[in-house]
Ligand binder design. Sequence first.
Ligand code: PMP
Length: 435
Amino acid sequence: MGKGQELYKKAKTLIPGGTMLLSKRPEMFLPDNWPSYYSKAKGCKVWDLDGKEYIDMSIMGIGTNTLGYGNDEVDEAVIKTIRNGNMSTFNCPEEVMLAEKLVELNPWADMVRFARSGGEANAIAIRIARAASGKDKVAICGYHGWHDWYLATNHNQVDDLSGHLLPGLNPEGVPKNLKNTVFPFHYNDIEELQQLISSQDIGVIKMEVVRNFGPENDFLKKVREISTKNNIVLVFDECTSGFRETYGGIYLKYGVEPDVAMFGKTIGNGYALTAVVGRREVMEAAQKTFISSTFWTERIGPTAALKTLEIMERVKSWETITDLGKKMQKGWRDLAERNGVTISISGIPALSTYSFAGENALKYKTYLTQEMLKNGILASTNFYACVEHNDEYFKMYFDVLDGIYKTIHGCEMGNQEINQLLDGPVCHSGFKRLN
Ligand code: PMP
């Protein structure tokens, strides 16, 4: 057992659930054999606690580092900030500069609030939007974090959120009297949303602009129209989609403007900074309610975001990562076809994902991660692109993947037995309690 697995065993006795983020649980990749912890990360490479080097062809820090890990320019700016003091009784000027920049990038918006996580930004946006609309009820589509307001959806009916990225989100500990305050609707189903608005007194619509598939039949335009007509505050959660297809929100691609948008992940290239951007008449409602936190005032986040925005604009990172993602999707499709393996691909190119078909799907996914790891590659059935990924890494990856798909085809044909090829337990597919 590597040092990482040893440490993870200890972690589970000290930290309930083992890690802070579900998606970084070793069980989500390769239970009992995932290196789990890193000693160093640079570009698109990661080193484990035993000093072994890997190419990260998986989730790249869950999509935070589109400019690669440890980007020199961002790090230099951060180091300068650290030398000048990250905290003081005064506020940091960078937050005003960053607010100005974000308003410039979102011309329909006038004001900005900052936080440090996507869940927090969502909670802020919901509080402001509810205060502005004067109504409690919210319609949602997508994943919006771990806070009470969102998880309350799963008090309505059993696992109402299962169709919105993560199945099995247990709302234990969320007050039951929040039941029927948040109502999910399905992407591209405008009738469902219309019915919801007719039957409930909805004050806020919050949605991801695109997750797995794009809008059909002017879906986003219709959502905008319904919102305007019914005096509903429309909030776009761009925490994950932002800066991956455009220089800003993916909403720019569809020509539909929200009343509030949240950004996160990419914006600080691995440093914590999230933003709630909105129209003045909505954002001013933040003054009617109390929204305040100590570490929203630290200086590293806005410093990193200012530098990251500058670099992204200069190198047009969204173009590079979209091209890389397209190339990855094509590679998956071609190799799967050639080897007779059935997969279904989804996601915007820069956040590409796929799944195997059939009852052995999770076993095949586990096998893939296991074999890739043996070849020095971190991989699962998704690929979050960064500007440091290149042809050399793609070639290494596809060479190994070819062999893996051949074996999977062999299993499907009954020539090989997948259970005998796995060195450990099968990976998890969603949220569940750890033993
Ligand atoms: N909104 C969206 C659209 C997300 O994808 C995520 C994270 N996956 C969040 C909110 C929550 O962000 P965080 O994990 O930083 O709290």
